[in-house]
Design a protein around this ligand. Structure first.
Ligand SMILES: Cc1ncc(COP(=O)(O)O)c(C=O)c1O
Length: 423
């Protein structure tokens, strides 16, 4: 269920008109639907519970990198979510949002000593370890605190998850995880370290995966490793299956159904007693958010119809970074009989790559019209910056017709105030 829909010819979010939101907040602004966030979380939880049974041990550890606003995390926390974090900054956010260490998984390829120490003090439930050196340092720090750090190794199964190379993480040419062939040996080594308690296996093969096949291949490898580790006397109580569930961005294809994903989980892991951990990010937040933007001006050049809007690559980086497609629609609904024009929607930043949508087929757009960039709730505001000395984009959340500012606009004047001209 998506909380964004047209009512009386105007795009609404959870019954609030985007025209009204624009009057109060101007643009650009991110807008999230609390209802959609909740529905997405519940859809995944329900699919898993329908297939695995309600009592099967599991944890949905929302991957905070997708959208780390503490209000968003808090909505999910109230539904029972844990968190997957990749930095002490994200850990601080989830603690602030009310999630306890026992539901927090600490991932990431370059955790520093300071971060490991902070996570130990926060009693996180599992460290996903990506190298021997990280393991040894964690053991030392944990021993000095008279603790044993609960760990899983992130295994790199050497599987190409498809999709854009910049978000595919499970191949042999990426920096992530421990090579599959070395897995048994690293577990043997970890067993004897004083500050370490082996508790699980972890994989995450990539993001925006729209076909189940790579998951199938990766899960088979996890199962083989699991059996081997049990034979070797390890007490594997957690299987962390990562994130990566893909969504449609409005293109003409449908990714796998969440019930089929849950079926696969049941087929592969349903008979094991381990706790199954899931780290979804995009699936929970992407379609729960839009970026509202206003057309500054139309510009025709050669054969191109450009719409120069007031959002830019500093506000939404995905199209520039990954050539990602985000559907763009008008806030005032197009009438059926209106002629359609193919526009390039671009920002005002001085970069050729500052493109928000290469082809948006829209009715005749005038300067000042409002557009919504859809599926912007994941990897949107979290990647924003103030490049070209632009304000940092604000975020609002609609909850039962109530408009809540969850990150105020950070003005360039605020940012300049941190700078200093030396004598
Ligand atoms: C370790 C880890 N877990 C989970 C995720 C979330 O992925 P997604 O948003 O595709 O579900 C990511 C993102 O790449 C990740 O790096």
């Amino acid at each position: 269920m998506n909380g964004f829909f047209y009512k009386d010819g105007v795009l609404h979010v959870d019954d609030v008109s985007l025209l009204d939101i624009e009057k109060q907040f101007t643009t650009p602004v991110y807008i999230y639907s609390k209802l959609s966030l909740s529905n997405n979380y519940k859809a995944l939880e329900e699919a898993l519970e329908n297939k695995l049974g309600k009592g099967h041990p599991k944890l949905i550890a929302y991957s905070v990198k997708a959208n780390s606003n503490i209000a968003v995390i808090n909505v999910l926390k109230k539904l029972g979510s844990g968190a997957d974090v990749v930095s002490s900054g994200e850990l601080k956010r989830v603690i602030k949002a009310g999630i306890n260490g026992e539901k927090i998984v600490f991932s990431g390829v370059g955790k520093t000593k300071k971060e490991l120490s902070f996570a130990l003090d926060s009693d996180v439930m599992q460290f996903n370890i990506e190298s021997i050196s990280e393991l040894e340092i964690l053991s030392e720090i944990a021993s000095s605190k008279n603790k044993k750090a609960p760990i899983a190794f992130r295994i790199n199964p050497d599987i190409d998850a498809g999709g854009h190379e910049k978000i595919s993480t499970g191949g042999s040419n990426t920096k992530f995880g421990i090579p599959y062939k070395q897995a048994v040996n690293v577990y043997e080594y970890a067993k004897n370290l004083p500050g370490i308690k082996v508790v699980g296996i972890d994989i995450h093969i990539g993001s925006q995966i729209t076909d189940l096949e790579p998951f199938k291949l990766a899960f088979n490898k996890v199962l083989i490793l699991y059996q081997k580790l049990i034979e070797n006397g390890h007490n594997i109580i957690n299987l962390d299956l990562g994130g990566g569930i893909g969504i449609s961005y409005g293109e003409n294809f449908t990714p796998f159904d969440i019930n089929d994903y849950a079926d696969l989980i049941k087929e592969k892991f349903g008979s094991l007693e381990c706790k199954l951990i899931f780290e979804p990010g995009r699936y929970i937040t992407a379609n729960a958010g839009i970026l509202l933007t206003k057309v500054i001006r139309n510009k025709e050049s050669y054969n191109n119809n450009f719409l120069i809007v007031d959002a830019a690559m500093n506000d939404i980086l995905r199209p520039a970074l990954y050539d990602a497609y985000h559907e763009v629609i008008t806030v005032v609904e197009k009438k059926k009989e209106q002629e359609v024009i193919d526009y390039q929607v671009v920002g005002p930043i001085c970069e050729t790559g500052d493109i928000i949508c290469r082809k948006a087929s829209l009715s005749n757009i005038k300067d000042g019209d409002l557009l919504a960039v859809k599926y912007a709730g994941a990897y949107g505001a979290v990647m924003s910056s103030y490049y070209n000395s632009r304000d940092l984009v604000p975020e609002i959340m609609i909850n039962n017709k109530k408009i809540n500012i969850i990150r105020k606009r950070i003005l360039i004047e605020d940012l300049i105030s941190y700078e200093n001209i030396p004598d």
